[in-house]
Ligand binder design. Structure first.
Ligand code: GLU
Length: 305
């Protein structure tokens, strides 16, 4: 009988601002799912998109996680220390003819694209996939995809299928500014860290088929996925730095944890918000039920924190 790999989960914030309620939900969901499975929970700082990093945000996020009573396993992995690994994996894809150089500017893609991609941008029209036009040089590196169904069964959201060539197009692994793309970094690091289970916000659901495609191209195993509903404001926008979601304060830890638990469908009693953080976690570990998590992509908050 094949051995079942041990559960190892992770929380992978980008240090683009303080931890806010939306990211707290992902932290709570991934943490409790890991602990309920007797698994490990790792924290990875996704600081690969350096222009978006805010000085001090990484330390601020870790300090807030600590003040909120999270205990992670092992050292925090920072993506900024992993550039050689991303370069080596990109080279493997280039050598296999799976990644190719692309000369297109944003403008050229906009002019040639015929339809939108699943995540709102434009589906890459494939201009450079059979070679660079004469006299042009590569600015970015893209991964070749096909139009067969790439899918998976999400533990919460059910069957997700994309036809990558139509739905996304050949996607970027290394950007024109030289930075490695999130899709490459996340696939390489989930494999490197031996992640068996990814629990994160449903805003990343549409990225998952690309990550699975990359895992297959690189010969990696595919983890299990559970995409949690994301918190939105009344206008239906995801709580994020862009929508100016406020950072969490250490003094509100118990109340905010109770709110996050309720958001995830857990019947945390009101009194818990008035006791200590340790008691909230004791309740959460004893009562956590992934079956109670709403099977929804987004839930608007009545009174956003
Ligand atoms: N770093 C990403 C974010 O903050 C999350 C990546 C992931 O969980 O795969 O949105």
């Amino acid at each position: 009988m094949a051995a079942v790999p041990p559960y190892r989960g992770r929380f992978a914030p980008s240090p683009t601002g303080p931890l806010h309620f939306g990211s707290l939900v992902a932290a709570v969901g991934s943490y409790l799912d890991a602990r309920a499975h007797g698994g490990e929970w790792l924290v990875r700082m996704e600081d690969v998109d350096t222009p978006r990093n805010v000085p001090g945000a990484a330390d601020g996020i870790l300090a807030t996680l600590e003040a909120y009573g999270f205990a992670w396993d092992g050292p925090v992995l920072r993506q900024s220390t992993r550039l050689a690994a991303y370069a080596a994996e990109l080279e493997r894809l280039q050598a296999a003819g799976l990644a190719y150089g692309c000369a297109c500017s944003r403008r050229e893609i906009a002019d040639a694209a015929t339809h939108a991609a699943v995540d709102g941008g434009l589906a890459y029209p494939g201009t450079c996939r059979n070679g660079l036009p004469a006299g042009r040089v590569a600015r970015a590196w893209r991964l070749r995809v096909d139009d067969a169904a790439t899918g998976f069964v999400d533990r919460l959201q059910g069957v997700v299928v994309q036809h990558l060539e139509h739905d996304v197009g050949d996607f970027v692994l290394r950007r024109a500014d030289g930075l490695f793309a999130y899709q490459l970094a996340v696939a390489v690091d989930d494999e490197f860290q031996g992640i068996s289970d990814i629990v994160r916000g449903a805003d990343l659901l549409a990225s998952t088929p690309r990550q699975i495609w990359l895992q297959r191209c690189l010969g990696y195993a595919t983890p299990r996925y559970a995409h949690l509903p994301v918190a939105t404001n009344a206008a239906g926008e995801k709580l994020s730095k862009q929508t100016l979601a406020p950072g969490l304060e250490a003094g509100q830890a118990a109340a905010m944890l109770v709110r996050a638990l309720r958001f995830l469908g857990q019947a945390a009693p009101d009194e818990l918000a008035r006791v200590g953080v340790g008691d909230v976690w004791a309740w959460a570990h004893a009562h956590w039920s992934s079956a109670a998590i709403p099977r929804r992509l987004a839930i608007p908050l009545v009174n956003p924190p």
